[in-house]
Design a protein around this ligand. Structure first.
Ligand code: MLT
Length: 412
């Protein structure tokens, strides 16, 4: 008898985005005349073509694979040295942060890495997540058996939820009890909030005092415009001893379909074994990577490297600027419609308060019905997301302008 992983039976409904797609499909079938007008501001998926520097690198690398002299088979599981060097230089050393190329692991996505990292941690950690939260952090812990059942609000027994509210600027407060693993995401998905250095310092100090590890998701770091705001957890003293950082080319280089990301595991980071010994985390993640992964394909790593060339950097900046201008247009449209907005200043997401009396899914239905626009209901990110919705700025300019116009026409 082949038994299954029963933890999967604890998962609530579908993963948020497939669930939204399902509802949109049903609506489109029921409204065939309106369906062609539909504009998606739900999932944060990029819309603009890849930077030219990446395209050229992809083509050249593919040509290399077509010649015996330059053909390559398996690459290093951790990623090619030249890409890790480029990242260490441009993302860290140029900003005065010491991260060695050896501490960088190239992967096919931050979603995968934030999930896979659980392989190297024990099953008895107390785990803290923000509420609202990127659902992957929660669901992967459910799958790994780190939680009990979900209650009516969708909160899983055993997880510590840190409420992120208007009052705290959607920056998670420290937990009142001791936790071992903490997921932080800044700029935040879904709220678009950013943390200051002082706020991150309180987390780093907490982690150091409690022997905890911070899983810092910085997938949207390129959207930070204020140089005073930290783009990396390693800007905080002591973070090398308590944090793993996840970065991605998805939202900066438009790589959601190309797939390339990175995880930084400092050599000095340690966890604790069952027998109470301090154990370095880096060799465990290296062991996991070399066993379960064969690396990202050569052309894609070359494309990622090209994003750090002078042309690549300028093209990435232009891409980010495009989405941030969309964010401005959408944020102002929501404000002009009398809605309360958050985020969207250093992040491609605008977090919007639902008008009084409307739930997140009510707004989803209203926007679908009246504006033919897909948004993401805040409650899909956790119980504290109820009463909010998220507008993604990942779109063409034409669509962003049109969505702004339609938001103004909705009878709120
Ligand atoms: C989102 O819309 O929250 C993101 O696109 C999800 C992701 O990056 O996996």
């Amino acid at each position: 008898m082949a038994t299954i992983n029963d933890n999967y039976l604890k998962l609530k409904a579908g993963y948020l985005f497939p669930e939204i797609s399902r509802r949109v499909r049903v609506w489109s079938e029921d409204n065939p005349d309106a369906a062609p007008r539909l504009i998606r501001c739900g999932i944060g998926d990029v819309t603009e073509p890849l930077p030219l520097a990446a395209i050229e690198a992809l083509k050249n690398a593919t040509d290399e694979l077509g010649e015996r002299e330059t053909f390559r088979g398996y690459g290093p599981e951790q990623g090619y040295e030249w890409l890790r060097e480029a990242i260490a230089q441009h993302e860290y050393r140029d900003r005065g942060l010491f991260i060695d190329a050896d501490e960088i692991f190239i992967s096919d996505g931050s979603k995968c890495d934030t999930a896979n990292i659980l392989d190297i941690f024990g099953d008895n950690n107390t785990i803290a997540v923000s509420d609202p939260v990127y659902p992957v952090y929660v669901d992967t812990n459910v799958m790994a058996g780190h939680t009990g059942e979900a209650d009516e609000s969708g909160a899983y027994e055993g997880l510590i939820y840190l409420p992120c509210t208007r009052e705290n600027g959607f920056v998670a407060p420290l937990p009142s009890q001791k936790v071992d693993l903490i997921y932080l995401c800044f700029p935040n998905n879904p709220t678009g909030a950013v943390a200051t250095k002082e706020q991150l310092k309180t987390w780093v100090d907490y982690a150091l005092q409690n022997d905890a590890i911070i899983l810092f998701d910085a997938a949207y770091s390129d959207y930070i415009r204020d140089p005073e705001l930290p783009r990396s957890i390693y800007e905080i003293e002591g973070a090398r001893d308590c944090a793993i950082e996840f970065r991605s080319f998805s939202k900066s280089g438009g790589f959601t379909g190309v797939r390339c990301a990175l995880t930084v595991v400092p050599q000095s980071l340690q966890g604790t074994s069952k027998t109470g010994q301090k154990v370095a985390i880096h060799p465990l993640w290296l062991r996991r990577s070399t066993t379960k992964f064969n690396g990202v394909s050569y052309p894609i790593q070359r494309a990622a490297e090209a994003l750090y060339s002078p042309q690549g950097r300028a093209q990435v900046a232009e891409l980010v600027e495009h989405y941030m201008e969309n964010a401005r247009i959408l944020r102002e449209a929501a404000q002009n419609a009398g809605l309360e907005t958050f985020g969207g200043l250093h992040a491609p997401y605008i977090w919007v308060g639902a008008p009084d009396g409307l739930s997140s899914w009510d707004v989803f239905d209203l926007m679908l019905r009246e504006a033919n626009v897909v948004i993401t209901p805040g409650s899909g990110f956790g119980s504290k997301g109820e009463g909010f919705f998220r507008i993604s700025a990942f779109n063409s300019r034409e669509n962003a302008v049109e969505v702004a116009r339609r938001i103004g026409n909705v009878k709120w």
